[in-house]
Design a protein around this ligand. Structure first.
Ligand SMILES: *Cc1c(COP(=O)(O)O)cnc(C)c1O
Length: 227
């Protein structure tokens, strides 16, 4: 029943093949294993195969896991309520979901002097009402604010496009993300290194379109237990 070893290596192979077909070095793409709602034992097993980066959606759950395995690179990939900011300081290698002025202000206030928090701006690329993230046209204005905060280092953009099983339906959103990133780099004369996009159904297309971080849950851990 437990095929974590096979699952993990199948995903690693798919990432490698996608890089090859896109003529990109594999070192350019980081696989984040999305472990939300999965057990500490499962995480430890995947870590034992050499996986370093893990993604969690729910802050309370994540903090419990981070306490148990602090040496892994933990990614916050779900919404963070501003009032939780204090608790997450220093815990996450990368926060993928910055998109609100209140969370930005709270981070600025809570981060100790001379520390740096790496962040991605979450973009609501499908312009879906129920999803969080900045609308593409609001990114420049928000980015301007982020760039003024020394303690916050903008590493890139993240998206969660409208769900579809067929990656060729999702693909145009990945292309839009790449173009948005290039436009912002031009406008602000900054390097925006990362694009966090692609999940189990569509990470191959995402890599082909320029993802540097893919977030894969089900294909590695199997079906998620219900919350
Ligand atoms: C759950 C989740 C994933 C992983 O989804 P899978 O379909 O299980 O690969 C990726 N990104 C975010 C933001 C998620 O919430």
């Amino acid at each position: 029943m437990n095929n974590l070893y096979d699952n993990y290596h199948r995903v690693k192979d798919k990432v490698a093949k996608a890089c090859q077909s896109a003529s990109r070095p594999e070192s350019e793409v980081t696989l984040v294993a999305v472990s939300k709602l999965h057990s500490i034992e499962a995480i430890k097993e995947i870590a034992s195969y050499g996986q370093k980066d893990f993604g969690e959606n729910y802050i309370q759950e994540a903090l419990g896991k981070i306490t148990q395995i602090p040496e892994l690179n933990w990614h916050a990939i779900g919404p963070v309520q501003s009032k939780k900011t204090k608790e997450i300081i220093g815990k996450f290698t990368l926060i993928h979901t910055l998109s609100s002025p209140s969370f930005l202000a709270e981070l600025e206030k809570r981060l100790p002097k001379n520390t740096v928090q790496n962040v991605l701006l979450q973009v609501n690329i499908g312009q879906e009402e129920q999803k969080s993230g900045l609308l593409p046209e609001d990114c420049a204005k928000f980015l301007e604010k982020v760039l003024m905060v020394d303690k916050i280092k903008l590493q890139g953009l993240m998206c969660l496009p409208p769900y579809h099983e067929d990656e060729n339906i999702t693909r145009p959103f990945f292309v839009q993300m790449r173009k948005l990133k290039e436009k912002l780099e031009q406008e602000f004369q900054v390097k925006i290194p990362h694009l966090s996009m692609g999940m189990s159904t569509d990470f191959v297309a995402a890599i082909e379109e320029g993802a540097t971080i893919v977030r894969v849950g089900s294909d590695i851990f199997g079906t998620r237990p219900v919350k």
